[in-house]
Design a protein around this ligand. Structure first.
Ligand code: ADP
Length: 329
């Protein structure tokens, strides 16, 4: 009935990365290593992650009519993403200028470029794509008004997933559509603002749920995640791995969660699978380059009692479950 398991509405950036001995101060020039150019942006990352896991995926985004735009289109197509919804022109492709020092600390300047020109009118014109998708996911590296327009045009019966990154206050109609709202610690604190006196992620989940989303997921890096809905707050076991680079882990997690929810899985079950995908992604360098196939996720051993039978995860001793299924909090 749906042409796509997942439509990602979001950003596409070229990440331009230079390793430096130290990051420059004001008025200073430093020499760095060779420039590395990677496809990135939260929307493009999520689409690649979902397609690599086998989901029929489309991307609604805007890139410039330039070499970075072509790089992004090529990387989406190579992963199997349908780029019919990728608009071209209007501004240069979004760029992230990243310098990384030997300790791994980075400084980043983002030029949103074409991402900032993905308008509500573009979202309205893509209503056919929105209606052809079982799940629609968005982030906030595009104008908030465009996300609002997508929410207004969702087909009845479809599901909307939002990772509010970078975080900002959200209108009630967007919050009410989220099923789930997916936040990391930083995003939870910004969205809760002064209401966030507690240091307990379970409290953040409850407070966020009270703002109107149908469900909430709080991701906690190596500690796994929490899911919350009308039934309560539940921990999602983390998967212990040797993390090499956590760039883009949240995007991989969100994409995996969205596609498994679309396949009819429970929130806790989909999040447990997404945690394996996030864990697999941090074992390799980069963002899109690090995203696993479904077979690689299945091979990632994780001892989750009562875990998802469709992802047996018994095959490698590179990872072990570090937290049992803890029941409601
Ligand atoms: P973000 O990248 O948005 O900050 P997180 O760092 O919380 O998001 O990562 C998203 C998910 O990826 C986590 O909930 C977890 O499942 C997985 N993950 C991230 N870092 C690690 C890690 N070091 N070890 C294992 N899993 C990780």
């Amino acid at each position: 009935m749906y042409d796509y398991d997942l439509l990602v509405v979001g950003s596409a950036n070229a990440d331009l990365v230079i390793d430096v001995e130290r990051r420059p101060g004001a008025g200073e020039t430093v020499l760095g290593g060779d420039l590395a150019t990677h496809p990135g942006g939260k929307g493009a990352n999520q689409a690649v992650a979902a397609a690599r896991l086998g989901a029929r995926t489309a991307l609604l985004a805007r890139v410039g009519d330039d070499a970075h735009g072509r790089l992004l289109l090529d990387s989406q197509r190579a992963a199997g993403v349908d780029t019919v919804g990728v608009l071209v022109g209007g501004a240069p492709t979004g760029v992230a200028l990243i310098t990384v020092d030997p300790s791994g600390e980075n400084s980043i300047v983002v030029s949103p470029g074409a991402n900032g020109r993905l308008t509500p009118a573009d979202a309205r014109a893509a209503v056919g794509l929105v209606h052809a998708s079982r799940v629609v996911s968005a982030q906030l590296e595009i104008p908030l008004e465009t996300v609002v327009e997508v929410v207004r045009n969702l087909a009845p019966g479809s599901r909307f997933v939002l990772n509010p990154s970078p975080p900002r206050p959200l209108p009630d109609e967007v919050l009410a559509a989220c099923d789930p709202l997916i936040v990391n610690e930083h995003e939870a604190r910004v969205i809760l603002g002064e209401a966030c006196a507690s240091e307990e992620p379970a409290d953040w989940a409850r407070l966020l749920l009270a703002r109107g989303p149908r469900s909430v997921v709080v991701t906690l890096g190596a500690e796994g995640a929490l899911v919350a809905d009308g039934h309560g707050v539940e921990p999602v076991p983390s998967v212990r791995v040797d993390a090499v680079d956590t760039t883009g882990a949240g995007d991989a997690f969100t994409a995996a969660l969205a596609m498994r929810l679309g396949a009819g899985e429970s929130l806790a079950g989909a999040a447990a699978y997404a945690a394996r995908v996030g864990a697999a992604a941090v074992t390799r360098r980069g963002a899109q380059e690090s995203y696993p196939t479904a077979a690689e996720v299945d091979a990632l051993c994780c001892a989750i009692p009562g875990g998802d039978p469709r992802t047996p995860g018994r095959g490698s001793d590179s990872a072990t479950g570090s937290g049992g299924q803890g029941g409601m909090l």
